[in-house]
Design a protein around this ligand. Structure first.
Ligand SMILES: *Cc1c(COP(=O)(O)O)cnc(C)c1O
Length: 421
């Protein structure tokens, strides 16, 4: 039964339990976390201060602020870039929801731009057409760990006097023309959620090189105050503030993981290269690209099924789901990353975030159109993709990668048959 597909009763290629969990926990994590626990500061403590310094140094930024999520850091970016109620912020049509809801958090209006098929990132050629008199900023998402072409985005922003926010939540260590993401725009957000390449449980980091942007982000971060809890506070709300601070225990965990981040990323890169080589030439399968000048971090290895070749253009998502099920039956840890493109999500279609139609109903806003026919590439990508995340992570290695490739080849050899079922 070795050749029979597992979904049809055959033996799976990969035995259960072969994929090792993420992240690996070592004595270093235990030491850092235990030391924090045995210390006297459990709110914003010394590990938070050190984590900010160490992450800023690792990434090459002047300033960093540790947050309780990547989404909090994104909201801080929007506020720090002087976006006011009713202003428009341009963002990709395909990402995690909070790449766009962070705009709503500040009473601003997201304007979606379709993606580029090759890179899966915002189609830079379409950004200028989306700019209006209301536009204040562009949020670029370095999706799956592949940087957006920042030379072109920064040139457009300079021409129209816009700020550029990098959503680097998936892109730790990714580079564009040799420079790390988070150093290319005006400010950036990283996530340290468990699935991300740097895990602190939950958490995030705001980074910038601009002192004014830093000061504005800091006020939103901690009750509208201008000083951190490590300084002598005056407990005065100078502006509207949230409570987005991180705690000492989480920062200790993040610091410990940061000591191994470069090792993890190099390992993940080797796995991705091996997988791409093993899958080269598999029929009806489209592999992710790494264009010249880009260094992918391979946070997510995203494949697409060639639905034209498979004759499945009527309902590509249904066909993709069958193929993903067949892969999972073989033990290949495949998933669907985002089933919904952003403008399709109810929060945007309903145009009602804060009640009474706010922020779209703001007297400072102008009407925006979220008709879904504007994002055909994002929709096609969403319907035809599948992704591999955990498989590529340290310490999973070449033996597992070979098995994953074998599982994918086995399913793709029968893809036409499966698609027709
Ligand atoms: C994970 C993620 C976020 C949000 O990060 P959290 O830490 O979960 O708030 C934002 N944008 C992208 C692209 C992400 O992948």
């Amino acid at each position: 039964m070795a050749n029979q597909l597992a979904i049809l009763g055959g033996d799976p290629v990969i035995p259960p339990g072969a994929v090792k969990p993420w992240p690996p926990i070592t004595e270093v994590d235990e030491e850092y976390v235990l030391a924090s626990l045995r210390g006297a500061n459990h709110a914003f403590g010394p590990n938070c201060v050190e984590f900010e310094k160490e992450f800023a140094a690792w990434n090459g930024n002047r300033y960093a602020i540790t947050t309780n999520s990547g989404t909090a850091a994104l909201h801080m970016c929007v506020a720090a870039c002087d976006c006011s109620e009713g202003d428009e912020v341009i963002v990709t049509a395909y990402s995690w929801s909070s790449s766009a809801t962070c705009i709503l958090h500040h009473n601003c209006i997201p304007v979606f731009v379709d993606i580029d098929w090759e890179t899966m990132n915002i189609d830079v050629d379409q950004i200028e057409a989306a700019i209006t008199a209301k536009t204040r900023a562009i949020i670029v998402v370095h999706l799956h760990g592949l940087a957006v072409d920042m030379d072109r985005v920064m040139a457009i922003a300079a021409k129209h006097n816009l700020k550029v926010i990098e959503d680097a939540c998936q892109a730790h260590g990714a580079r564009f023309n040799g420079k790390k993401v988070g150093t290319l725009g005006h400010c950036a957000a990283f996530s340290f959620n468990q699935n991300k390449n740097l895990c602190s449980g939950e958490g995030g980091m705001f980074v910038t090189d601009d002192e004014e942007i830093l000061a504005k982000a800091r006020m939103l971060w901690s009750f509208g105050e201008t000083r951190t809890p490590a300084e002598s506070r005056d407990y005065h709300a100078y502006a509207l503030g949230w409570m987005y601070r991180n705690n000492d225990l989480t920062a200790a965990f993040g610091r410990a993981q940061l000591t191994r981040l470069d090792t993890y990323l190099a390992w993940q890169r080797r796995n991705a290269q091996q997988l791409a080589e093993s899958l080269h030439g598999v029929p009806n399968l489209l592999l992710p690209t790494e264009p010249a000048g880009h260094e992918h971090n391979w946070y997510n290895f995203v494949i697409r099924f060639d639905m034209e070749a498979l004759g499945q253009t009527q309902d590509p998502a249904a066909c993709r789901d069958k193929l993903v099920q067949a892969l999972r039956a073989e033990g290949v840890e495949a998933g669907v990353w985002q089933r919904f493109i952003l403008p399709r999500m109810t929060v945007f279609q309903a145009k009602n975030a804060y009640g009474h139609g706010a922020p779209w109903s703001s007297p400072h806003a102008q009407p925006v159109d979220y008709s879904l026919d504007q994002y055909p590439v994002a929709q096609r990508h969403s319907d035809t993709h599948a992704c591999l995340v955990q498989t590529l992570r340290y310490p999973n290695g070449s033996d597992l990668i070979e098995l994953i490739a074998e599982g994918i080849r086995k399913v793709m050899a029968r893809a036409e048959e499966l698609a027709g079922v």
